[in-house]
Every structure is written in structure tokens, then in C-alpha cells.
Ligand binder design. Structure first.
Ligand code: CA
Length: 416
């Protein structure tokens, strides 16, 4: 793919060069192009500032399709088709968007991203969230449990995680209503009910499962690429006051289940080939089922923006536990994978203050508020705040791979 270029003009700095080609689901906001077969959801591939209508590509016979998986309203059937199909479709879409001879047939199937409303790209089956950043886990430990060691005793032995709520995973751009719940101030005698006063973000990276596994079997650590289709950005919105009161002894519950936002574009694993790096050295060495066979660290830099001010740049390369280890751990007890499963990394925080992936850490639990460009300060989110996550990493041929924005705006709590 040396020197590969698209006949579609790709603006400088675009998240979507020809080496990326992420998948999403969109609706044309103008009700559909003249030849687009009307409105409705369709699968698309991002290229530059355009989106290629993959359903229309398939309907015109420009790509072979064993079933009508590319004409569906979600990615799930394509996700379930397996790695050989993922690779075949990617190769063909690359041809269609790079060979000049294809331009006449394909160009009319492009829609400007500005005229496309992005939808949830896949039906989320099960959602698991891990806790894989040593800096985040240490910071949270110091803030939530100041009298105990910062890292739990099991932290270096297994990738800690919990099962979250798949049904409240939403696509970027969906408003987030401030949750209400029980919370108890440290000095208060009794808990109270009301809108969260410590609403926060968690900047994360999520992995999307395509190929399922059988209950009772395990996915060995070397098999990540057989099962995982691609990667999304994740904002695991968190109500710290609700979380702090409820999480002992079973972990997060209502403090996180109200909303989780994902980027509209799923970046396929092959697009991230140049971003792969070895994970950090692990001490002690993990048990054999968790020992890495391949490099599945990813050199992605996330950017956290609040109301237009970049407040943090968390480095995903620093994550202690990598996705292959998380997948092996998730299935080591024989739990099966389903198409559409989403497992997220946990908050990405680096060792420096400007690399923290949550306001809890950035403001050190409210003691050191963050100053935005307009002069206002934030310890936690206020109604009307808009948070945008972005991320990028190296792609093939010196390109830069991105995910598009993962954004959400806070709306006031419903209190009546
Ligand atoms: Ca999280």
C-alpha cells in the first residue's frame, strides 16, 4: 500500500486518510441523495470529509456481498462475518477509493460528512469496562482510599474490570442528562438524594468484538485479531458522588450506568497496524494465560477538550494492561463473547498532571480546579458544558489515523 492515495481529496489534518477507512452508520440529513434510495440508516466508510455509502456500493454490485450485511442499518452482521470478510471488504473499499477507474461509479455515492447524521454504529451486546492505567488507578486510590495503598493488592495480577450497562451506550453528539441519585458527603450523617454534584468524564479507548466465542471456551491471548473488529473512543461519564457512596463492595453501579458515549467511527484493527507497540514491562510477570504473545499496546494520544479548551492529553501507550490481556481475562472462565461486545480500557491517564483522563484527577478531587480559556474554572462538569474527546495515532505511510470527535453536552437533571 506504499504511496496509496485516494481520488477523494483528503484535507490536511483529516482523521480519515485512505489508510484509515473506519466504518459507521449514518443518515443523510437532506433526506437522501437523488440516487440514494431514500433516507434511513446505512453503513458508511469515512474518507476525508466525505462518507461513502457502503450500502449503495453493495446495491450496485461494486462489492460482493454473501448476504446483505452491508445494506443493513447496523454493523452487527458485518461484524459477525469474521476476519476474512473484514479483510476482503477493506481491500475492495480501498480499491474503490484509490483507483481512478472506479471514480465515475463511486463518486456519486459519497455524502459530505457535514450532511450526515451519525448513528450508533452497532447494537452493543455486552459492555465491560476495565481499569488498566496504573496512573489512573493510583490517583483514584489516593483520592478515594487515602488510608490504604493506592493500588489494590490484585491490581498488578489481573486486569480489573466490571460489567457495565450496554443499553445506555450512545453515539457521539447525544446529550447527557445529569443523573440523580444517592450520595453522602463525608461529613454528612445521612445520605441524600438529588442531582450529582460531581459529574465527570473518563477518557477511554474501546474494543469492538466481531467474532463470537462459545460458552465454555477461552480466547487465548494470541487470538485478539480473530475476534476484535476495531476500536472506538469512549467517554465513560461518571457521577463521582454517587459512585463513592455505592461502590463498596460490588463496584460501580448507578454512578456510571446512565450514559457511555462512543465515537461514531469504528477504526478497523488493520488501520492501527503502525500504532502497535509493546505494552509496558509488567512486574510481577502475569500468570501464563495473561502473558503477551504479540504487541497490542497502541500509540494513541487522546485529547480532552471542555468548552473549547484542551485540558488534557492522555497517552494510551502508557496503559499497563493491553487489550489482548483484557480479552484473555474476560473469557478465561469460559464466559462467551457475543458480536457487538464492547470492552473499554479504563480511564487513560499518564504520569504527568496534563495527562489525566478525568476531572477527578485533573482537579485533584476539587482541590485544584482546572481553568478554561474563558477564565472560568471547573472541578467537575456544569450544565451546558460540552466535552469532546479526540485521538490520533500513526497510520501507514506516515499518515495519521483518527476517530472523529466523541462528544457530549451536559443537560440539567430531571428533578420532578
Ligand atoms: Ca471507566
Amino acid at each position: 500500500m506504499s504511496g496509496l492515495v485516494s481520488w477523494v481529496a483528503v484535507p490536511d489534518g483529516s482523521d480519515f486518510p485512505i489508510t484509515n477507512l473506519p466504518y459507521g452508520v449514518f443518515c443523510p440529513t437532506d433526506g437522501g441523495r437523488a440516487d440514494g434510495g431514500g433516507g434511513g440508516r446505512r453503513i458508511g466508510v469515512a474518507i476525508g470529509d466525505q462518507v461513502l455509502d457502503l450500502g449503495a456500493v453493495a446495491a450496485r454490485g461494486l462489492i460482493d456481498e454473501p448476504s446483505q450485511m452491508l445494506r443493513a442499518a447496523t454493523l452487527n452482521e458485518f461484524l459477525a462475518s469474521g476476519k476474512a470478510e473484514w479483510d476482503r471488504v477493506r481491500t475492495r473499499v480501498t480499491e474503490l477509493l484509490s483507483e481512478a477507474s472506479q471514480r465515475g461509479a463511486v463518486e456519486k455515492l459519497l455524502t459530505a460528512q457535514a450532511d450526515a447524521e451519525m448513528c450508533l454504529p452497532f447494537d452493543v451486546a455486552d459492555y465491560v469496562d476495565f481499569y488498566a492505567s496504573i496512573d489512573h488507578a493510583s490517583n483514584v486510590g489516593a483520592l478515594f482510599r487515602p488510608d490504604s495503598p493506592a493500588l489494590p493488592v490484585n491490581w498488578r495480577h489481573l486486569p480489573i474490570g466490571y460489567h457495565g450497562r450496554a443499553g445506555t451506550v450512545v453515539v457521539s453528539g447525544t446529550d447527557v442528562v445529569r443523573p440523580c441519585g444517592q450520595r453522602k458527603l463525608p461529613e454528612g450523617e445521612a445520605p441524600t438524594y438529588g442531582p450529582s454534584q460531581r459529574l465527570d468524564i473518563e477518557a477511554e479507548v474501546g474494543f469492538v468484538v466481531g467474532t463470537p466465542s462459545e460458552r465454555g471456551s477461552r480466547v487465548p491471548i494470541g487470538n485478539l485479531a480473530e475476534h476484535v473488529f476495531g476500536v472506538v473512543l469512549v467517554n465513560d461519564w461518571s457521577a463521582r458522588d454517587i459512585q463513592a457512596w455505592e461502590y463498596v463492595p460490588l463496584g460501580p453501579f448507578l454512578g456510571k450506568s446512565f450514559a457511555t458515549t462512543i465515537s461514531p467511527w469504528v477504526v478497523p484493527l488493520p488501520a492501527l497496524e503502525s500504532a502497535r507497540i509493546a505494552g509496558p514491562v509488567q512486574d510481577p510477570e502475569p500468570l501464563p494465560y495473561l502473558r503477551r504473545a504479540q504487541d497490542w499496546g497502541l500509540d494513541l494520544t487522546i485529547e480532552v477538550e471542555c468548552n473549547g479548551t484542551v485540558v488534557s492529553r492522555p497517552p494510551f501507550a502508557s496503559m499497563y494492561w493491553t487489550a489482548d490481556q483484557q480479552l484473555a481475562h474476560l473469557t478465561v472462565n469460559g464466559a462467551s463473547l457475543r458480536t457487538g461486545d464492547l470492552f473499554a480500557s479504563g480511564t487513560v491517564s499518564g504520569p504527568e498532571p496534563g495527562q489525566r483522563g478525568s476531572f477527578l484527577e485533573l482537579s485533584w478531587s476539587g482541590r485544584e480546579p482546572v481553568t478554561l480559556d474563558d477564565g472560568s474554572t471547573r472541578s467537575f462538569l456544569e450544565d451546558g458544558d460540552t466535552v469532546v474527546l479526540r485521538a490520533s495515532g500513526p497510520g501507514l505511510n506516515g499518515t495519521r489515523i483518527g476517530f472523529g470527535p466523541c462528544t457530549g453536552t451536559i443537560r440539567p437533571a430531571i428533578t420532578d
